[in-house]
Ligand binder design. Structure first.
Ligand SMILES: NC(=O)c1ccc[n+]([C@@H]2O[C@H](COP(=O)([O-])OP(=O)(O)OC[C@H]3O[C@@H](n4cnc5c(N)ncnc54)[C@H](OP(=O)(O)O)[C@@H]3O)[C@@H](O)[C@H]2O)c1
Length: 293
């Protein structure tokens, strides 16, 4: 049986949907999820998915959540860094104790020890905990989500300036949905060629080019301005983001500025069977003005 943790989150839910779509037979008895609030997963139960209660902050829930699971897709949680590191450790220990056969861990493209990104440390710790656990596992390092672009660029369309502390860094964006598709493909694969997959788009672009494309598609002026990380973090907090989240985002863009998200790979296509959508295609999806007629 395959289990997806965090299936009420946007990413986890899409993994489940792709597992259902890719499964050659009904999923009853073969697909389960663990979530903090089982009632919110009622729609999945009606499709034959087994719903289990699992909260990484409550390790006592995890023995039952992971019992009898062969393949565990461990999605990352949100929250401040120490809390996330502790949660992932609890989940990995529980998977080992429950006898899970193989863990598929949703990591981040760059987890280098000298990365300034706070989330790089979270994922590095989890990858290390997996290695130490003795569990068979596959690491799927995700690039940045393309579908965060409307949230990033939407407010910027008002003043025409996309202000980020990303310097001249380039990044290949892929949507949550397509990254989830790759996770599902990996978990269903009879055999995997690699231990670490880098899930990226095929081309990396800078935010100046991205802003130019959004402007052309959206029909409104937009240019990129590289700003200082401290200014960005302050502006995010002023806009209502909790301090930990503003700081995590700022540090992530610093990692982009350092070129840590510049690399691309063909691993997505190797798992899914085709490359992910191009940046142009996604920008058309997100920013083409909707007709009101
Ligand atoms: N690569 C990128 O560009 C990028 C961008 C944004 C976020 N991320 C990361 O990807 C993760 C998933 O993104 P998302 O869009 O799905 O976020 P989301 O919709 O906000 O979902 C949050 C996820 O965290 C899980 N979670 C929180 N606390 C937990 C706990 N105590 N025990 C178990 N699970 C817990 C939730 O599980 P339940 O299902 O139980 O609610 C849910 O799956 C985020 O948490 C973030 O770390 C990556």
């Amino acid at each position: 049986m395959i289990l997806v943790s965090g299936a009420n989150g946007r990413f986890g839910r899409r993994i489940v949907q792709h597992l259902i779509a890719r499964s050659p037979a009904p999923v009853v008895g073969r697909l389960a999820v663990s979530v903090r609030e089982p009632a919110l997963a009622a729609d999945l139960a009606s499709r034959g998915v087994e719903i289990r209660h699992g909260d990484f902050d409550q390790p006592a829930t995890l023995a039952g959540a992971f019992a009898g699971i062969e393949r565990l897709i461990l999605t990352t949680t949100d929250g401040p860094r120490p809390q996330r590191i502790a949660r992932h450790r609890q989940a990995i220990a529980a998977a080992r104790d429950a006898g899970v056969q193989h863990v598929f861990y949703v990591s981040l493209l760059d987890v280098a020890a000298d990365s300034p990104a706070e989330c790089a440390a979270v994922h590095r710790e989890a990858e290390n905990a997996l290695a130490d656990s003795g569990l068979a596992h596959t690491v799927l390092r995700n690039t940045l989500y393309a579908d965060d672009l409307p949230q990033l660029a939407g407010p910027a369309l008002n003043d025409g300036i996309l202000a980020l502390p990303a310097g001249e860094g380039i990044v290949s964006l892929v949507s949550r949905d397509e990254l989830a598709q790759a996770m599902a493909a990996a978990a269903l694969a009879p055999r995997l060629e690699k231990h670490v997959y880098e899930l990226t788009g095929q081309v990396a672009s800078g935010y100046a080019a991205i802003a130019g494309k959004i402007a052309r598609v959206g029909g409104q002026p937009l240019r990129y301005a590289a700003i200082a990380e401290a200014d960005y973090v302050a502006a995010q907090q002023q806009a209502g983001l909790p301090a930990w989240q503003a700081s995590a985002l700022g540090s992530l863009f610093r990692a982009v500025a350092e070129g840590r998200f510049a690399r691309t790979s063909n691993d997505f296509a190797a798992l899914v069977g085709h490359p992910p959508k191009s940046l142009d295609c996604m920008i058309h999806e997100y920013f083409t003005p909707r007709s009101t007629s």
